[in-house]
Design a protein around this ligand. Structure first.
Ligand code: BGC
Length: 950
């Protein structure tokens, strides 16, 4: 046998040939495309969904240029074994010729409650070569019919808890202040049961009115917190589904649950109107619990364990009170070791009460759950006064603290959480208004005690602890960051490190304001789903994180909050329908604009279908109330371009001239939303509506121009905001656009190169400056350290975005504590500029979901390089550029099965190269045009490096 010397090792020719042959066969047999990220309704392997025909998606990976999917085949099986054998007993799509790789609607057998679905997909590539099957994925169906629920709502009647506390304890748990009814301790519920047979599979469906934490045999079920999250509880209540097979034993088992107030009962949502009162939002003080455990035994019998009269309850547990705004009180002396385990003596426990079923629908939770998503260690501890310790977490965060204490005696520790420090080093609490967000821990004197709240959350960077008997060290406290656990999809970095910090601050602010719904702020007594804020931040939010499932859920909340006459609420959910918060222009419009953003970014026509009637009702209502097409009637609280420059309090800043007049603002939104409605109608095939609303939008634009625009393109109000809005919403006739853009730039100069825009117009100004050859001005605003600016806040130590441009001003101090959050994302919408203009990544409305998109980076300011990415529904888009020796070098990645229009600055076309070859010879690149120093190419999927003279 002949031997060869390979890396100094003698190998036989056969040993070399065989693997190469196998490799060769593999290469030729299958397409090189890799199929990854299989998802169902935007979620990875979701349990218990309730969409009868869920939408499936996958991502294709290939470095080969111009690679695409020409066809797919999906197999869905009822067991893993069947899937392995390619037996699609639920659905075998066969080969379907299409490039579609997301929003693919399941089209198999009718899926019943509880069905387990295992699936995989393979594709055929551009050469018709089939790929290997993807890795398997799965989903399961929840309880689809009301009649599937056998469980009864159980809990504790509020009446029995009325005078539960001793007066002494009321004193101890004083965080419940201002005459509020006493918050009774969190009840513990338990039930032990026997399973006599071997267990094949066990699933639990569970929810609460209030909050719950569930355990099975002492182990917490699932890793989510604050379940079942927040919806309009009068309309729909989310249940969660968990596979608990691994937690269940043959023999005796015990279920345990702890209940708390949460959004359902807690002191919530009544700021500035009256003192927060428990139970006044949804009209109940009764925490309720519903659970159905279904066990399939090895003989395929189903055993159901349900909540009913047989459960027991204990009132005197360790969580003495828990409230979203006020915080949590935990008394370790009241812990009952083993209360949630079998064998525990529960003879002193009482029987639960049962409640009639509610009118609300039980729906599956299909948004990413709230979890602990990160842990932070403090960076320092100070002692501003003897015995008062202030921990600095180095980051304004949202969640709570985990505390480990070793005390040999009973001590009462009080934690106060705040975002800033007062001049004397104490935690600044005034801007929290009625949300005291405190934690009280009472130790049991048995050595190490670990405390961690679970039914509240706080917004804070600093934690003040009193009551310790000795000096603390940083390891005793951990900041537990709590948020809806949506995946990060964006990245941004550039040569200006302060902009990198700004991008991080925006991300932290987004994370801090996603707790089942998008909130305005996470700290003071508000934390509502303010629609205007969500509207302006939606695109940034989508760049940063996968918001598809989150917004799908929230749009349902938006519809639930809508008034019967069509007015959308100013925030959703609306805890109390009697609240006077409806139809503010720019807030209500989120009911149209947010689903539209979801469509643009994820090519989701499903959300348009769900939202359409409600969106139409909203526009019809405004139209009926404003037949002259100027939106001045039914404008609710008419906030306008909120927190614009006129609200800034500073000696050297103008106090007038920044505010777009409310009638201009409202009418601009009326036109814009109506136009979007007409586009929705086109997509959904509602032709008469498409025509009707397109005509209406045109008429509103005409009236807008008649009433508010001069012949020289000057707008009523003559401010940065007005021009930015009119241009961005495409309200002006073509011949006036250029002069309007000039007025916009003039206004920036008139403000001495400072910004004067509010929540709604800030990102519009940045976008329109860069659209209209004033990109240099946009960069100047972005990189400015001069007050008011983004970097000014960073110079003051900001690690999140402030609600107000002048939240804190050197020399002047804090703004009015009545409204001064340091964790408010609206002005953070500028990250959209970072993605769209600096990195140049832009969706294209004609090809939603990034099937085709635009890469158009516009270098400027001090930037020498920038790099970043966006994980689109079609895969990862990368854009990375640098300026070097008068050359512009752009590296990009276009996901397989997509293509892009690439726009680059260039002095001349001849000197443009791609991967070091003249661009004309580049594979996958086609020149579309070259003019005014800009080259435009159509580029197929793959990786490219363009170089041009700059
Ligand atoms: C919120 C805002 C919201 C506004 C309405 C404020 O209290 O915090 O973010 O949009 O009210 O003007």
């Amino acid at each position: 046998m002949k031997f060869y010397n390979l890396f100094g090792i003698r190998v036989s020719l056969w040993i070399q040939i065989i693997p190469f042959t196998i490799l060769f066969i593999n290469c030729t047999t299958y397409s090189s495309i890799n199929i990854i990220q299989l998802r169902c309704e935007y979620l990875e392997n979701p349990s218990g969904i309730d969409v009868p025909n869920p939408r499936l998606s996958w991502v294709l990976e290939s470095t080969e240029r111009g690679q695409e999917q020409k066809a797919y085949q999906i197999i869905v099986s009822s067991t893993e074994e069947k899937l392995l054998q390619d037996e699609g007993d639920l659905w075998n799509s066969k080969k379907i010729k299409t490039t579609q790789s997301n929003q693919v609607i399941y089209n198999g057998k009718l899926l019943n409650s509880r069905t387990q679905c295992f699936w995989k997909v393979r594709i055929w590539d551009k050469k018709g070569k089939g790929s290997k099957w993807s890795e398997p994925a799965k989903w399961s169906m929840g309880l689809l019919n009301k009649s599937d629920w056998k469980a009864k709502w159980i809990g504790v009647s509020s009446k029995s808890l009325k005078n539960f506390r001793t007066s002494d304890e009321r004193e101890t748990t004083k965080i419940e202040q201002r005459g509020n009814p006493v918050i009774p301790p969190s009840p513990l519920l338990r039930k032990s049961f026997f399973i006599e047979k071997e267990i094949k599979q066990a699933t639990v469906y569970v929810t609460a009115l209030g909050l719950y934490e569930l355990s099975l045999n002492g182990e917490k079920v699932g890793d989510q917190v604050l379940s079942p999250e927040w919806t309009d509880y009068n309309t729909r209540i989310q249940y969660q589904t968990f596979d608990v097979t691994h937690l269940l034993n043959k023999g005796e088992n015990t279920l345990g649950a702890i209940l708390a107030d949460g959004w359902y009962i807690g002191t919530f949502g009544q700021w500035g109107i009256s003192k927060p009162i428990r139970g006044s939002n949804y009209g109940s003080l009764d925490r309720k619990f519903l659970l159905q455990l279904e066990v399939i035994t090895d003989d395929n019998q189903m055993i159901q364990i349900i909540t009913d009269e047989s459960w027991q309850v204990y009132f005197d547990g360790p969580i003495r009170s828990a409230d979203m705004f006020l915080g949590e009180v935990y008394d370790a002396r009241k812990t009952h070791e083993g209360w949630d385990l079998s064998g525990f003596d529960a003879s002193g426990w009482e029987k639960v009460v049962t409640f009639p079923s509610t009118n609300a629908s039980l729906v599956a939770q299909m948004n990413e759950p709230i979890r602990v998503v990160k842990k932070l260690q403090p960076v320092s501890i100070s002692e501003p006064e003897p015995g008062i310790y202030v921990f600095d977490l180095g980051q304004n965060m949202v969640g709570w603290c985990r505390l480990i204490v070793n005390e040999s005696q009973v001590v009462r520790l009080k934690l106060r959480h705040g975002e800033m420090l007062t001049p004397d080093g104490r935690v600044y609490m005034e801007n929290l208004r009625k949300a005291t967000q405190a934690a009280i821990f009472i130790t049991n004197a048995k050595g190490e005690n670990i405390f961690e709240p679970r039914f509240t959350y706080h917004g804070f960077q600093y934690v003040e602890i009193t009551g310790l008997s000795k000096k603390p060290d940083v390891n005793m406290l951990t900041g537990m960051v709590v948020a809806s656990d949506t995946k990060l999809t964006g990245k941004f970095e550039c040569s200006n490190s302060e902009l990198n910090q700004l991008w991080q601050n925006i991300l932290w602010t987004q994370r801090g304001n996603m707790h089942s719904i998008p909130t305005d702020c996470p700290q003071r007594d508000e934390r509502m789903g303010w629609m205007g804020d969500a509207l302006v931040f939606a695109q940034t939010g989508i760049f940063n994180m996968d918001m598809a499932a989150f917004f799908t859920k929230w749009c349902r909340d938006v519809r639930d909050a809508q008034d019967e006459d069509g007015r959308y609420a100013d925030f959703s959910p609306l805890p109390n329908k009697n609240m006077p918060f409806f139809n503010a222009p720019g807030w209500a419009d989120a009911g149209i604009i947010v689903p539209w953003r979801v469509y643009q970014n994820y090519s989701d026509t499903g959300i348009l279908k769900e939202q359409y009637q409600s969106a139409k009702q909203f526009i019809d209502f405004i139209h009926t109330q404003n037949p002259d097409l100027v939106w001045i009637n039914d404008v609710g609280n008419n906030y306008g371009d909120w927190l614009n420059g006129n609200t800034i309090v500073s000696d050297d800043y103008p106090s007038q001239g920044a505010k777009i007049p409310n009638d201009v603002f409202a009418t601009a939104y009326f036109a814009y939303s109506t136009e979007i409605l007409s586009k929705m109608a086109v997509i959904l095939g509602y032709e008469p509506d498409a025509d009707k609303y397109s005509k209406l939008a045109k008429s509103i634009r005409e009236v807008f121009n008649e009433k508010f625009v001069n012949s020289d393109g000057r707008l009523k109000g003559d401010c940065q905001a007005g021009y930015a809005m009119a241009l961005s919403f495409n309200l002006l006739p073509e011949e006036l656009q250029k002069s309007a853009a000039e007025h916009m730039a003039r206004e920036v100069n008139d403000y001495d190169l400072r910004i004067s825009t509010g929540f709604h117009s800030t990102i519009l100004l940045m976008k329109e400056l860069s659209n209209w050859e004033y990109c240099d001005l946009a960069y100047q605003l972005l990189e400015s350290h001069r007050f008011p600016s983004w970097l000014y806040s960073i110079d003051q130590g900001a690690t999140t975005i402030w609600e107000r441009w002048d939240g804190y001003v050197e020399g002047r101090g804090f703004q009015d504590a009545g409204m001064n959050s340091f964790n408010h994302y609206s002005f953070g919408s500028v990250a959209e500029f970072m993605y769209r203009t600096i990195l140049g990544i832009n969706p294209d409305d004609n090809f939603p979901g990034y099937k085709k998109f635009i890469i158009h980076p516009q270098p400027g300011g001090t930037l020498k390089w920038a790099k970043g990415e966006y994980q689109s529904i079609h895969g990862k888009i990368v854009s990375e550029w640098k300026l070097e020796n008068k050359r512009f070098i752009l590296k990009i990645k276009i996901p397989a099965n997509t293509n892009a229009r690439v726009i680059i600055p260039a002095k001349n076309i001849e000197n443009i190269t791609e991967s070091n070859r003249p661009v004309k010879k580049a594979k996958g690149v086609e020149l579309i045009s070259f003019k005014n120093g800009t080259a435009i190419f159509e580029v197929l999927s793959g990786e490219y490096t363009f170089t041009s003279e700059y």
